[in-house]
Design a protein. Structure first.
Length: 122
């Protein structure tokens, strides 16, 4: 898989219940992780395939959010392709090329505002 992302490539973030607000918006906490914000890139797959794989692999999540690489970059963050054993689609959102953790409250809020809830367990 190409290590570069196109601006319209979609990234999917597994969401815990505490990251989904009552109005189904996404909390900025979903974009605060000292180890990088773990996401799956679409890698040319259909959205339903991305969601099903994520929900199947991570039974603790209750929702899935979607953001494009272009939206990530508009917020001043960067997507990085970091596949792991068993998941060739694994990627992360980093603050910058030099810094992993997104420490800026405004940057994590911008990312959350751009991220759309595309799946929620009933």
């Amino acid at each position: 898989m190409d290590v570069n992302f196109s601006s319209d490539e979609r990234l999917y973030r597994g969401l815990h219940s505490m990251w989904i607000e009552d109005d189904d918006s996404i909390s900025s906490a979903a974009f605060k992780d000292s180890c990088g914000v773990s996401v799956d890139r679409d890698g040319g797959r259909e959205e339903i395939d991305c969601i099903e794989r994520m929900v199947g692999a991570l039974p603790q999540i209750v929702g899935v959010g979607r953001i494009t690489c272009g939206e990530v970059e508009e917020c001043g963050a960067i997507p990085k392709y970091l596949p792991v054993e068993g998941n060739e689609y694994h990627s992360e959102i980093h603050d910058s090329a030099e810094q992993v953790q997104i420490k800026s409250r405004s940057k994590s809020r911008q990312l959350a505002n751009k991220c759309q809830l595309v799946f929620k367990k009933q």
